[in-house]
Design a protein around this ligand. Sequence first.
Ligand SMILES: Cc1ncc(COP(=O)(O)O)c(C=O)c1O
Length: 381
Amino acid sequence: MTALQSKLPQTGTTIFTVMSALAQQVGAINLSQGFPDFNTSPQLIKLVNTAMRKGHNQYAPMAGVPILRERIAAKTEKLYDAAYDPDSEITITAGGTQAIFTAITAVVHPNDEVIIFEPAFDCYAPAIKLMGGIVKSLELEPPDYQIPWDMVKRLINNKTRMIILNSPHNPTATILHKQDIDELSAIVKNQDILILSDEVYEHLIYDGETHHSMARYPELKQRSFVVASFGKPFHATGWKVGYCMAPAHLMNEFRKVHQFLVFSVNAPVQYAIAEYLKDENTYLSLPGFFQEKRDYFRKGLEQTRFKLLSCSGSYFQSVTYDDIADEKDSDFALRLTKDFGVAVIPISAFYTKGTDYHVLRFCFAKRQETLDKAVERLLRV
Ligand SMILES: Cc1ncc(COP(=O)(O)O)c(C=O)c1O
């Protein structure tokens, strides 16, 4: 066999794949991976079908279908009072993951340092490492997972190339507040530091809170790649269509990578989403829709022995289980899946060092009967 040196020797199969496969194998209710168990809108499906029938089945333009980029620009202007030029500052991507990988690839050079906050979504660190960058991770702690900005300040040096943020946050369901924005702005001012802002849950924010997009703040916007996804808001994670927004000089570098990574993205879905976005209610209704699910699920969980952490955004609810067991979160997650029939994600999987605070993550983007069944089973734990 040919000798091969792995570029990612520590990387195995993601926890999401592992838990979803186990859930299927043992017939557990799958509250592990972040996807809905209800269908996307019939109207949106019809629009995809119409686009296909109209003949939109060949390569889309490299940067994305123009009308979709225009609608995204209009939406961003309206929501965040931020202007992006659809021609030079917005690119449609194959989901948020590709946008993240592309942005990192475009600007991170060997030995550049990139600050990430853990628990972190799993695609950030591998992309940095593949580019020869150095991951500087700061661990956040439950129950509130606040970013310790004084520690961020201490990590900054002339090799710091990028800071990666994610709000609303997967897995902790926390959000950035204005105070975080102020701290961040002060830290990056007059520094050559870029920001990669993963905002795929931008519309899943509750209790009337504001989504502090980097797009809102000129000091941050001019150095940010803002990443969004249509999979999360439109209950269509399998379509893998998202986008990235950045100032033209950054987007220019982004597109140099994008055009050789995927070249262009699924054309009929782009036309369909462009049409769907004409009705702003398609995304403005989402906080109410998911908040109702959050509240319903939390009410159910309150009857169990799990202790709820707060949930301000995303469609994840975390719990601790110290009154129930003292085993590792990964062991307990396996036991919950196999013995009680509810698949969950152990939060230690989101820490490079496997730091374990005995916290589990449930996804509540599910039908009411699925949540009922899950709570019924969790009551037995
Ligand atoms: C925080 C975060 N970023 C990015 C993504 C990836 O988005 P997409 O499915 O559009 O690639 C996810 C998906 O779960 C996520 O949770």
